[in-house]
Design a protein around this ligand. Structure first.
Ligand code: NAD
Ligand code: GLY
Length: 360
């Protein structure tokens, strides 16, 4: 087991990471001084796989537990699922000493985190992420949210977890497509902050995709360290934290344009990262060779890498200009200054269309 620290003053916490930690969750929580009753929030498939192991471990450590299930999928990252959690907590008379556990992927983590941020004006929660994407990204940094029918993550709060427990063995039941989608965020961390880590991913992608335990542990730990360092510098995304959105401007546009049905989030980010690198190379910030390395690494992870030919760039870009983060019709991109460094630049829609490579 290794520990990555997230240093945020009174809101600091540890990320405990290793194999077989689910069966030790109870003792890990006890050792961290987490008390009270524990409400485990999950969805049916993840609870079937891992719910009993976590509950049993908590019981052994003397915790009283309740399991709250919400339906599976992004469509249920909504206020109805929140309502299910609040109902269960109220019915079972949970008080302010209670702790929630998010057992699942980023959807469960985001909903549970927001429930914890708001129930009784805020209670503790622990993240137990079971997808690669949630282990390397969503469980760290305290962004919590549910979706509104008009847009993703519109209702949310910053609420840091008390603890993150990552059992790498849970990745063994994850469908390969979901694993690859999480790998997009791992690659992103190398591009934005750490050229050495990017090189490690180039060397070890085959081992990572075959779930070599040492390689996976190194990649997850490095990703958590990189994300933690960025969050420590700018917890509430006043500025610098936005570098974590590398690849997300076009990624979000692709997801929204295709009704959130065609691409997993990480797949859309993979395409978006290559397009952001194309813009970076076009403006002389990164070399053609570095652009080639980014594209090759994304492709080696089995991720999509081009905007599909049936999606017009003009339509995608038009959607971005309407986004709440655009200013005077201009869109702020995170670009890479070579591998391992970033900078922000504003683009008009016409500049984006002109400077981006067309699909096949
Ligand atoms: P997800 O939570 O939908 O999980 C993907 C699928 O995998 C689900 O069907 C789930 O039931 C299943 N699953 C989970 N763990 C499994 C396991 N070990 N074995 C088998 N199946 C398993 O998707 P995700 O990619 O984990 O998360 C995406 C969500 O995360 C989005 O809502 C996104 O907005 C959010 N997100 C949040 C942050 C943040 O900082 N808070 C960052 C990135 C993404
Ligand atoms: N996923 C981006 C962030 O946490 O800021």
């Amino acid at each position: 087991m290794q520990t990555v620290s997230v240093n945020l003053g009174q809101r600091s916490y540890a990320i405990e990471l290793g194999e077989g930690l689910l069966s030790r969750v109870g003792e890990i929580l006890k050792a961290r001084g987490i008390g009270g009753r524990v409400g485990i929030v999950s969805n049916p498939p993840v609870a079937d796989l891992y719910g009993e192991e976590v509950r049993e471990s908590l019981r052994r450590a003397g915790y009283e537990t309740a399991l709250v299930l919400i339906p599976e999928g992004e469509a249920h990252k909504d206020t109805a699922s929140l309502g299910l959690i609040y109902d269960a907590l109220v019915e079972q008379r949970f008080d302010r000493s209670a702790t929630l556990i998010a057992l699942g992927g980023g959807v469960i983590g985001d909903v549970t985190g927001f429930a914890a941020a708001t129930f009784l004006r805020g209670i503790d929660y622990v993240q137990i992420p079971t997808t690669l994407l949630a282990q390397v990204d969503a469980s760290v940094g305290g962004k919590t949210a549910v979706n509104h029918h008009q847009g993703k993550n519109l209702i949310g709060a910053f609420h840091q977890p008390r603890l993150v427990v990552i059992d790498l063995n849970t990745l063994r039941t994850l469908p390969p497509r979901e694993f690859a989608a999480g790998m997009a965020e791992v690659i992103k961390h190398g591009i934005i902050e750490d050229a050495g880590f990017f090189g490690f991913l180039e060397e070890r992608m085959d081992s990572l995709l075959s779930l070599d335990a040492a390689a996976v542990e190194s990649a997850v730990a490095a990703s958590c360290r990189i994300k933690a360092a960025v969050v420590e510098q700018d917890e509430r995304e006043d500025d610098r934290r936005a570098i974590l959105n590398f690849g997300h401007t076009i990624g979000h546009a692709l997801e929204s344009f295709t009704g959130y049905e065609r691409f997993l989030h990480g797949e859309a980010v993979a395409i978006g990262m290559i397009q952001a690198a194309v813009l970076s190379a076009g403006r002389g910030l990164c070399s053609a060779a570095e652009l080639g390395r980014i594209e090759a690494l994304v492709r080696s992870a089995g991720l999509p890498w081009r905007i599909p030919g049936d999606i017009a760039l003009e339509d995608l870009v038009a959607g971005m200009a309407l986004d709440k983060k655009s200013q005077a019709g201009k869109i702020r991109f995170v670009l890479c200054e070579g591998i391992g460094r970033t900078r922000f630049q504003w683009f008009s829609p016409a500049e984006i269309v002109r400077e981006l490579a067309p699909g096949p």
